[in-house]
Design a binder for this molecule. Structure first.
Ligand SMILES: *[C@@H]1O[C@H](CO)[C@@H](O)[C@H](O)[C@H]1NC(C)=O
Ligand SMILES: *[C@@H]1O[C@H](CO)[C@@H](O)[C@H](O)[C@H]1NC(C)=O
Ligand SMILES: *[C@@H]1O[C@H](CO)[C@@H](O)[C@H](O)[C@H]1NC(C)=O
Ligand SMILES: [Zn+2]
Length: 426
């Protein structure tokens, strides 16, 4: 029922039509970013270290898309009992923003415009998503493969996986093209002997960011992407995750020209920023398979095990996300109990002809980080957003973010939210 029109001219027309509204280039951008995850033993918080030990459980057999309906192989877990607990230690996500030095300076007016859009974006998103707060300051990790020339690889040595020799030409860590300030980064040390605890500090530990669960760098730029695609407003990528896979930091590049009075549209900007923020928080094809299953595998209120693969082709060859809340949300949306109703992702075009001629937003595996607009038109997570009044932070999108296992979503807000009507933009 959701098959793509097989007629080539229709397909081309619709691709062209969408791109005039400015398609999101997130997947292409994210693909270019090397994501840093702390190595075992240097987790950012004690809490995460504890829950990380769960990762030694077998990741359960993957029964593909429908695992939750047959989740009996996970007997050591108690879904009913833990479901309630799951939400209790969650609190609205605290998102800090940071404008790096390399951003182009803005006039005061343009700066106020941006501040207002950012503040609203952060307010909306933290009203929608809760997370287990990071105790203490957020510190990002340094990439051991960058600062280190030699890593101890003997698993029985005390300094296993630690740095044995520093890389003298190590400079910094980056997030997209932002240089991460040293103040935001953990320190690092060099252990000259595989078993000796004696180490030499190589970089000092920064102070980190207080009251922060996610750090968003705002890079205001006239980048090449901005200038080659005049309707481009912003694009983003995440660059750091915690050991559970939850993104901790990302960058959104905001195209400078879009902030000028003549072009600026507040509601569009906020919607695009929310869209990009949802990507970097987890609605991302590079993260789908690191989502955590908190329905079947939550243990004693702590960690949730990886889902394994959450995407699958349906009978018509359409790629969908099959996780509990997403399936239920779509079933409700379509008033159906069909178990094949996973969240439809924008489809890959199987004919290579189209891939060659159009920079289609899906990789060869058929994955895209956007909903299929033919089914979820108006959703904030379709690749091209329409008029602000037609765009919604829909139930499906919140269901997907909830199913990352990193967040709990406030669904009552999704239902009441209608762009341009509610109080959010007034
Ligand atoms: C690994 O480290 C242990 C403990 O230091 C040592 O006994 C062993 O010989 C090492 N193995 C190798 C292959 O270096
Ligand atoms: C949903 O489907 C059921 C059974 O097919 C039908 O009885 C009901 O009226 C439908 N509800 C809506 C709101 O369409
Ligand atoms: C969810 O949003 C509703 C409506 O804005 C609000 O009343 C409620 O307190 C929120 N729930 C949580 C858990 O934040
Ligand atoms: Zn996007």
């Amino acid at each position: 029922m959701f098959t793509i029109s097989p007629h080539p001219s229709l397909l081309l027309l619709s691709l062209w039509f969408q791109s005039t509204q400015g398609r999101c280039v997130f997947d292409e951008v994210q693909q270019s970013v090397r994501v840093v995850t702390p190595v075992t033993g240097s987790s950012p918080t004690k809490h995460i270290e504890v829950s990380d030990s769960l990762a030694v459980f077998p990741a359960s057999e993957q029964i593909g898309a429908f695992r939750w309906t047959r989740g009996t192989s996970l007997q050591y877990l108690q879904p009913q009992r833990t479901r309630g607990q799951a939400m209790t230690d969650m609190a609205p996500i605290r998102i800090s923003t940071w404008i790096p030095q390399e951003s182009v300076p803005l006039s005061e007016v343009d700066r106020e415009r941006l501040d207002s859009a950012i503040n609203q974006t952060v307010r909306i998103v933290s009203g929608l998503l809760s997370v287990r707060h990071i105790p203490g300051p957020l510190l990002l990790s340094r990439d051991i493969n960058k600062y280190c020339k030699f890593i101890w690889r003997n698993a029985s040595a005390a300094n296993y996986n630690r740095c044995g020799r520093a890389n003298g030409s190590y400079r910094n860590e980056t997030c997209l093209d932002v240089v991460i300030p040293d103040e935001h980064l953990r320190g690092c040390a060099v252990f000259h002997h595989p078993d000796s605890p004696i180490s030499a500090e190589f970089r000092r530990e920064g102070a980190g960011l207080d009251n922060t669960d996610f750090l968003l760098y705002l890079h205001i730029q006239n980048s090449r992407r901005c200038s080659t695609e005049p309707s481009m407003l912003a694009y983003a990528a995440h660059c750091q995750t915690d050991p559970q896979g939850r993104p901790l930091a990302g960058t959104v590049v905001i195209c400078r020209e879009q902030l000028r009075q003549e072009r600026y549209r507040h509601e569009t900007t906020v919607q695009v920023l929310i869209h990009e923020l949802f990507h970097v928080l987890g609605f991302s094809r590079t993260l789908f398979n690191t989502w955590r299953d908190c329905f079947h595998t939550r243990q004693a209120g702590m960690g949730c095990l990886p889902h394994g693969r959450v995407t699958n082709l349906d009978d018509t060859g359409h790629m969908r996300i099959y996780t509990q809340s997403v399936v239920r949300a779509l079933q409700e949306h379509l008033n159906s109990t069909d178990p094949q109703l996973g969240g439809p992702l924008e489809n890959v075009v199987h004919t290579t002809y189209y891939i060659h001629f159009y920079d289609y937003d899906a990789d060869s595996g058929g994955l895209s980080s956007h909903w299929e607009a033919r089914v979820l038109l108006g959703s904030i997570m379709t690749a091209a957003l329409g008029e602000p009044s037609t765009v919604q932070i829909d139930h499906m999108t919140l269901a997907a973010l909830q199913d990352t296992g990193w967040y709990s979503a406030n669904f009552s807000r999704a239902q009441s939210l209608v762009w341009g009507q509610g109080s959010m933009f007034k």
